[in-house]
Design a protein around this ligand. Structure first.
Ligand SMILES: [Zn+2]
Length: 365
């Protein structure tokens, strides 16, 4: 038996963490490149560059494009080499972090990631999603190492739109169910072995934390105050879900996401929103007990995750559902399910999920 687990070298999360970034960089070197989108550099770059000390800590900002393409990765790696930098810092949402991670891998340097949104669980992982110029996914690149540090400023996450925070909960909602499926099937995870007990227990904790802290966290978000519930929720969506999926595996919920992502009709949706609905569809595929389904839909309803085609703003035409199912069934992660899944099963599960979602929405609280 092989036990394997991957995680970032260090994870730090608190309100105001951004002001500790300079000190953190110095542990790895005195010269860094700060890679971020124009928006995130404009918003937070000044606060980071103020921490520079001549002769001790130099940080050169480099603007990266909106898509993680090979050209962007090469350009960032070239800027890094040209600056004689020792440390790569990625600042922003999923794509900016993916570009920084892939470029750091290309130059083989220490990597610090600073997410400015909590919309998905990718920051802690060693996975970069590479796109072509049109935005289509062309490669899931596994980098050699996980980030040396993931630094999360919860006050910064408060500045992001609520929809992104809620999408992050959708991505995290899938983790426990997908890891459980992988554990049952013995699927090999990104850590290179079937889910370890460490990953399974962290995935379970992720689900428990979501249920326990989401409501309090949303109230805190509305009030604009970082409280313990908000901190715990972010710990679940960024850290627990991140290490959970990487060493515990993904399955049907993400296969469904890949199916929708391949269709232009779903391009307005965030990863976590589709994965949330994909989780519900996965429970239908599994013929999950009513108790579990009700617990999940009640969570989705409470936090405002879309659970019907109408809420997703998608017209469930047969041709679309078939295209989604076709792509979903060709994904290797669909094979992580403990039973074979056909296109017909997926279409039926999607329609069933929609019905369950509709029913939950019309029910009294
Ligand atoms: Zn995901």
């Amino acid at each position: 038996m092989t036990i394997s687990f991957r995680a970032p070298g260090e994870y730090q999360q608190c309100s105001g963490a951004l002001d500790r970034l300079g000190q953190a960089v110095l542990k790895f070197g005195g010269k860094a490149v700060l890679a971020g989108t124009e928006g995130s550099l404009k918003r937070y770059g000044g606060r980071i560059l103020d921490q520079c000390r001549p002769g001790e800590l130099e940080i050169r900002p480099v603007t990266v494009g909106r898509e993680t393409t090979q050209a962007e990765i090469d350009r960032l790696a070239a800027s890094f080499r040209e600056a004689g930098a020792e440390v790569m810092i990625g600042l922003g949402g999923g794509k900016a972090l993916d570009t920084a991670r892939a470029a750091a891998d290309a130059v083989n340097c220490p990597l610090i990631l600073v997410p400015t949104v909590a919309s998905n669980d990718a920051p802690c992982s060693a996975l970069s999603v590479i796109h072509d110029g049109e935005g289509a996914v062309i490669e899931l690149r596994r980098t050699r190492r996980n980030p040396d540090l993931v630094l999360v400023d919860t006050a910064v996450l408060m500045d992001a739109p609520a929809r992104l925070l809620i999408a992050g909960m959708g991505d995290a909602l899938a983790t426990w169910f997908e890891v459980s499926a992988c554990r049952q099937s013995g699927a090999e995870t990104l850590a290179g072995a079937p889910p370890s007990d460490i990953a399974v227990s962290l995935a379970h904790l992720c689900y428990e934390s979501l249920k326990k802290y989401a409501v309090g966290a949303l109230h805190a978000y509305e009030a604009g105050i970082v409280n313990d519930d908000f901190e715990r929720l972010v710990e679940a969506t960024i850290f627990l879900s991140g290490v959970g999926f990487e060493s515990g595996g993904v399955a049907a919920a993400h296969a469904v996401n890949d199916g929708f992502s391949a269709c232009p009709e779903a391009s307005h949706l965030y990863h976590g929103e589709i994965v949330g609905f994909g989780t519900l569809a996965m429970l239908m595929l599994q013929g999950e007990s009513d108790t579990v389904v009700q617990e999940v839909v009640s969570f989705m309803k409470t936090v405002g995750l879309p659970m019907t085609f109408e809420q997703l703003n998608i017209i469930p035409e047969e041709s679309l559902l078939l295209r989604v199912a076709k792509v979903a069934c060709t994904q290797s992660v669909m094979k992580n399910m403990p039973f074979p899944v056909t296109e017909h099963d997926v279409v039926r599960a999607l329609l069933k999920a929609d019905i369950v979602g509709q029913k939950a929405l019309t029910e009294e609280n």
